[in-house]
Design a protein around this ligand. Structure first.
Ligand SMILES: NC(=O)c1ccc[n+]([C@@H]2O[C@H](COP(=O)([O-])OP(=O)(O)OC[C@H]3O[C@@H](n4cnc5c(N)ncnc54)[C@H](OP(=O)(O)O)[C@@H]3O)[C@@H](O)[C@H]2O)c1
Length: 230
């Protein structure tokens, strides 16, 4: 039987590394991003999706239902941060970050569960962040979104564990991706000591390929030798 995986935000960075690793592991992978980046593999399917749009997510899951009728893996990866002092943050920053990082993840998860609970198996990895566990100055909205992801992930883990569905939060520190192109984020990147996107994908694959009886439900990854800030 073909194994089907969905990666949100698989066009770049951590999501792209997850797409490549899943294909290597013989999954058919659907990449739900806004921008198509070609990949020469029969196992790769791009489905143009803005996870801030419920309509787009509905179309994505209709496609999955009609073409495959199952879903084995969901990697909720699409996300971004716009950093600023809270007093300078705009309400639109708040709405847009929550729409992608939390609301989009919620809708995708709910729809994926329809397949997984019926199958009595499934794996959902939510790409959270160290910002979901710690506080970061000048990143309060982003931190709030990732704390929300942690709360959702931990509650869901308890809800579906008995149904054979594995849920995990992945919490990376700084990773060398386009994440740091967003306003305000540059201050927070530790350019000489970043994780590679593949490090995060490897953590996802480790949890996915753990024995079925074993539920790895959180992984925190940090760069070694962080640059000291003066
Ligand atoms: N880089 C870090 O230091 C770091 C650390 C901890 C956690 N994270 C988390 O890791 C995840 C991936 O980020 P990254 O570092 O790989 O950044 P990235 O290189 O900027 O990639 C972000 C991905 O998310 C997609 N995306 C963004 N908004 C989207 C939307 N509305 N709908 C669908 N896809 C969307 C982008 O695709 P399109 O632009 O094509 O839509 C892209 O593929 C995020 O959740 C981020 O919060 C990153």
């Amino acid at each position: 039987m073909e194994k089907i995986a969905l990666v949100t935000g698989g066009s770049k960075g951590i999501g792209r590394a997850c797409v490549n690793s899943l294909i290597k592991d013989n999954y058919i992978v659907i990449d739900a991003s806004r921008s198509e980046v070609k990949l020469d593999s029969e196992k790769y399917h791009f489905f143009k999706t803005d996870v801030a749009s419920e309509k787009d997510i509905n179309s994505l899951f209709t496609f999955i239902e009609e073409k495959y009728g199952r879903l084995d893996v969901l990697i909720n990866n699409a996300g971004f941060g716009r950093f600023a002092k809270l007093e300078d943050s705009k309400l639109s920053d708040f709405d847009e970050m929550f729409a992608v990082n939390v609301r989009g993840l919620f809708i995708c998860t709910q729809k994926a569960l329809k397949f997984m609970l019926k199958q009595n198996s499934g794996f959902i990895a939510n790409i959270s962040s160290i910002a979901g566990k710690n506080s970061i100055e000048q990143a309060s909205i982003y931190c709030a979104t990732k704390h929300a992801v942690m709360g959702l992930t931990k509650s869901l883990f308890l809800e579906v564990r008995k149904s054979g569905v594995r849920v995990i939060a992945i919490c990376p520190g700084s990773v060398d991706t386009n994440f740091f192109d967003q306003p305000g984020t540059q201050l927070h990147s530790e350019r000489n000591s970043l994780l590679a996107p593949q490090d995060v994908a490897d953590a996802v694959m480790f949890a996915l390929n753990s024995p079925e009886r074993c539920l790895v439900n959180e992984i925190e990854l940090r760069p070694l030798n962080p640059v000291k800030k003066s």
